[in-house]
Design a protein around this ligand. Structure first.
Ligand SMILES: [Zn+2]
Length: 87
């Protein structure tokens, strides 16, 4: 459920970038399917941090300890808010 919401959010963001002022490098990076690192924001304390896309264990917010990424065997379940993909 969460992932679908994140995807919708991501699509919306891409669209706003297309119509937005100046295309950033970021839009190219987002198209890459093999993103390894993502910057996500903790929904609790709003601190952002860069995390690995496929962690071996649960990634917690460095600031408040909230769970940000939960490994599922494949792609991790993202619980924070994705800000950008770093490739
Ligand atoms: Zn936090």
């Amino acid at each position: 459920m969460y992932r679908m919401r994140e995807k919708a959010y991501e699509r919306r963001r891409l669209e706003s970038q297309k119509t937005g002022i100046g295309e950033s490098l970021m839009s190219d990076l987002i198209k890459m399917p093999k993103s390894k690192f993502i910057r996500i924001m903790c929904k609790k304390c709003r601190k952002d941090q860069v995390v690995y896309n496929k962690p071996a264990s649960v990634v917690k917010c460095l600031s408040c300890g909230e769970e940000l990424l939960i490994p599922t065997g494949g792609e991790a379940l993202i619980k924070g808010k994705v800000i950008e993909f770093l490739g």
